[in-house]
Structure formats: C-alpha cells, structure tokens
Design a binder for this molecule. Structure first.
Ligand SMILES: NC(=O)c1ccc[n+]([C@@H]2O[C@H](COP(=O)([O-])OP(=O)(O)OC[C@H]3O[C@@H](n4cnc5c(N)ncnc54)[C@H](OP(=O)(O)O)[C@@H]3O)[C@@H](O)[C@H]2O)c1
Length: 313
C-alpha cells in the first residue's frame, strides 16, 4: 500500500494524518511516480487552515503539489516516459505521499544533475516567479523591485530577472541579504525607511515591482515608488489588489489566472531544469522532514524557516 498525508477538516497541523491509500494506477494520460522528495509551499498550510477557500470535504484530502521522483507506471496514450525515468512534477494535489498518479503534462524529465530535492523545490516557486516576470514583461532596461526576494519565489525571480538583464533590488531580512546578493540581486532591508532606501539605491526610480511579501509596508511602498500600477503585481494580496489598482496573480484574487499565465507557470519548469543542468540557476534547500513530520514541516514554513523545506517519504 502507498502512504499519503491527508486531512478531513480544516485546522492546525494536528489535522494532518499519515494514511495508507490504494496504490495509485496510471489512468489514460497519466503516469505514476514514486516520490523521493516533495516541496512544502505556504499554500499547503494556507489551504489546511482555511486562509484560502476550498470546496467542502467529500473525503480525505491530500496536501502538497510539487515533488520529484521516478516513473513507476505509464498510462495509455502517454509518450516520452519510461519506467525508472527521473522526473519532476507540479500542480498535483496530494504530493506529500510515497506514490501518486499525475497527468503527464505536469511531469517533466529530470536531468541527471538535478537531485530529487532540488526538483521538488521547483514547481510553485519557479512557476510563479517565471509567470510574474513574463506577465510584467521584464527586460534588460528594467529596474525591478522584489519584496520578499529571499524567499523561495523571490530567489527564483531574482535569478530569472537578472538573466533577462534587469537590475534587481530585493527586500530581505539582514540574515538573508547575502543570499540575495549571491543570486545577482541588490539586497535592501525591509522595515522602517524602506522607500528612502530604495530611492537612494535607484536614483532613476524603479520601473516594475513584484510583491511576494504581502505586508502593508510592501504595498504602501510600492504605491509610493511607482506610478504605473500596471507594472506593480502582488501574489499575496489578491483580494485587495483591485482596491490598490495593482495587478494580482492568484494569491486569493477573484480574477483567475489567464490561460497564458497558466501556460507560463508550466513552461517555467523545463526552462529552469535546463538552466540547472547548465549550472546557471541555484536552489536553496532547507530542512528535510519525514512524511509523518508533515505538520512540523508546515509549521516551520509558516514561521519563515529558510530554504525550501522538503518532505522525504
Ligand atoms: N499567488 C500565487 O500563485 C502564489 C504562489 C507562490 C507563493 N505565493 C505566496 O507568496 C508568498 C511567498 O511565498 P514563498 O514560497 O516565497 O515563501 P517563503 O519562502 O516562506 O518566503 C517568505 C518571504 O517573505 C519575506 N518576509 C517575511 N516577513 C517579511 C516582512 N515583514 N516584510 C517583508 N518581507 C518579509 C521573507 O524574508 P526573510 O526570510 O528575509 O525575512 C521571505 O523572503 C507566500 O505568502 C505564498 O503563499 C503565492
């Protein structure tokens, strides 16, 4: 029997239980994956706590969406995968598990150089960062301000924007500033005086802003620093974005992602896998947790533990 972390009611980490589940079978258009590592994302605990709305429970619900492992079964109509292939997938609910069936279009071949841990860290952070940068049309003549540059999404965005040739200024705690600098960003401390610090760093002004922090300070500073509201986007304050006149990509926004934005989120994965294989992208891994420690892992994510936390079944 396979095993998965599940819950049947909203609540704290204690609602998560480790259950035996029937071994998944690869249906038409699907593959099955033996999971070697799953990434912990803030949305996992936001959904569990009811911070982001979900439909009523109709049975046990899995958690986690991003993981890496190897193929154990190939369903009808699937080309390009063979049993044993190392892969990465994203957008598959129930990834905190030993085994899972996933639609083949969400699964990508994992180059030998990319470990399962690094592969599991890609999905949501890399997809979101890449889509946000494409949506804002970040180019070589941009000066981009990123709020929350030291987090998983932020680190991906710093690197992708720098690769596009943009100048990147990223807010961070002092403890995480060096990491932002290592990735090609110019770290600036968040907190009192943020607007002045950005102005003295970028005398010509910033031309685009991405908010991955969601604090009032990040929103207020963004509105003060850039008149062009179409070039300010948040991924956290979706419900309030219209009131501020800025763009939102998910994050509780009543406006769903467009088909193009969804396409970019998936396209990001092979793009970054190729960058990783070429040694041109870096992923910071954090603590690893056993499947039965999933609640502890989500608590650590909520408390802002550094690096991508992993569940290792
Ligand atoms: N809309 C979407 O589709 C989408 C997708 C992915 C993520 N998200 C959301 O985006 C946010 C970031 O996700 P993540 O995976 O990158 O999380 P993460 O890895 O936990 O990073 C959190 C970031 O927030 C920063 N931060 C913490 N307190 C702050 C403060 N007071 N002021 C400014 N920055 C502060 C952290 O900086 P330090 O560590 O340096 O303090 C860190 O850079 C989460 O809220 C997540 O739910 C939304």
């Amino acid at each position: 029997m396979a095993k998965a972390i599940q819950y049947t009611e909203l609540g704290g980490p204690e609602v998560l239980t480790l259950n035996e589940i029937p071994d998944p079978i690869a249906g038409p258009g699907q593959v099955t994956v033996r999971i070697e590592a799953a990434g912990v994302n803030p949305i996992d605990w936001k959904l569990r706590e009811g911070i982001r709305p979900t439909p009523p429970f109709t049975g046990p619900r899995g958690t986690g969406t991003d993981a890496a492992g190897h193929i154990t079964g190939v369903g009808e109509g699937v080309d390009g995968f063979r049993i044993g292939d190392p892969v990465v997938f994203t957008g598959a609910p129930g990834a905190y598990a030993t085994d899972i069936a996933v639609p083949a279009e969400k699964v990508f071949a994992r180059p030998a150089r990319v470990t399962a841990g690094v592969g599991a860290a890609l999905g949501i952070p890399v997809g979101t960062a890449y889509q946000a940068i494409r949506s804002l049309g970040i180019r070589g003549d941009d000066t981009l301000l990123i709020h929350g540059a030291s987090g998983s999404v932020g680190q991906a965005a710093v690197q992708l924007a720098a690769l596009a040739g943009a100048r990147v200024i990223g807010t961070t705690s002092d403890a995480r500033a060096e990491r932002v600098a290592d990735l090609g960003g110019e770290p600036i401390a968040y907190g009192d005086g943020l607007v002045d610090r950005v102005r003295s760093a970028a005398a010509g002004g910033v031309t685009a802003i991405l908010d991955f922090a969601g604090t009032d300070e990040a929103i207020d500073a963004s509105l003060e620093l850039l008149e062009d509201r179409d070039r300010i986007a948040t991924i956290v304050r979706g419900p309030d974005a219209a009131e501020f006149g800025i763009r939102a990509f998910g994050g509780g926004s009543p406006v769903p992602l467009t088909a193009q934005q969804e396409t970019w989120r998936l396209e990001a994965i092979p793009v970054v896998l190729a960058l990783l294989a070429a040694g041109r992208f870096s992923v910071e891994l954090g603590e690893r947790y056993a499947l039965e420690q999933a609640g502890e892992a989500q608590r650590a994510s909520r408390e802002g533990a550094p690096g991508k936390l992993l569940i290792v079944p």
